[in-house]
Write a protein that binds this ligand. Sequence first.
Ligand code: GDP
Length: 318
Amino acid sequence: MLLAQLPRIHFSVFAKTAVSLSPSHFNFLNPKPPITVSRNLFFFAPASTLSTVEPIPLPVSDSSDNEDAPVEISLDKLFVPPETDISCDDPATLTTRILKGSNIVLSKYARDAQVVQAEFVKSSVRTEDCPADGLPEFALVGRSNVGKSSLLNSLVRRKRLALTSKKPGKTQCINHFRINDSWYLVDLPGYGYAAAPQELRMDWGKFTRDYFLNRSTLVSVFLLIDSSIPAKKIDLDYASWLGQNQIPMTLVFTKCDKRKKKKNGGKRPEENMKDFQDLIRGFFETAPPWIMTSSVTNQGRDEILLHMSQLRNYWLKH
Ligand code: GDP
């Protein structure tokens, strides 16, 4: 459930929080009415995973060109961080606490989000070889060509930092970038590269699975999904594996600037995003945090950094 979104070692803390929030925020039997917000604050929510929650009509198709069209979302589709109380917020106040283009509520832990300094530290081939200084880290992972290097460069405001991890010999490694001398962004190898031999792809799975399951300083995986194309099986498998193994995960939808409908039934980013979330719904009891990004327009960059800061500061405190 919500636990899947948070550091595993804080299981009990969050379990307690979720229970205490339950009557007011996650009352599935008597759901609160959806809040209406403008599109520039909040995009859409997937349909409910729970049969007891009323389905909510979501304008995602033709009206999506209208930036100001109001969109409705139910409270149970928000990602509410632990120790965060939204019970006293009226809808207008609540919408100001939701990160733009996401389902993420800001908590008191969201601070020190700016990237002042970024440096490549090392490439590791095994989890045991990763930095041992105990700093919290976030892993970026996604299919080859999803836009991972572009996003990494955009987050650190450098044009070529992520090139380091694209150099021959480092593409199959766990690459650590230290940020502000206090936390790490970790670039994991892209998966699903069609030209890679099957054995290499299997190895890749084993290698990253070990990292996800055993890296104690991993605060959350940021799984990148290309919003300009329909959901791919390999991405769905990946998300479901993370969900089933309770690895904290944030979905990062990339290339959201690609708004043109493709021919032959192609869909817009928000439709692809909704489809993806509908397809993984069964593996999560609550909606994972998700966020829309574009490395062309820098959409979502500040929001990702704020979200990382609240996860990180919570992790550090507990
Ligand atoms: P990686 O293989 O996941 O590291 O992907 P790259 O960052 O190298 O990007 C792959 C391709 O997608 C490149 O041609 C990029 O220019 C393009 N790309 C990456 N991010 C975006 C984005 O946000 N919007 C658009 N339109 N193209 C992007």
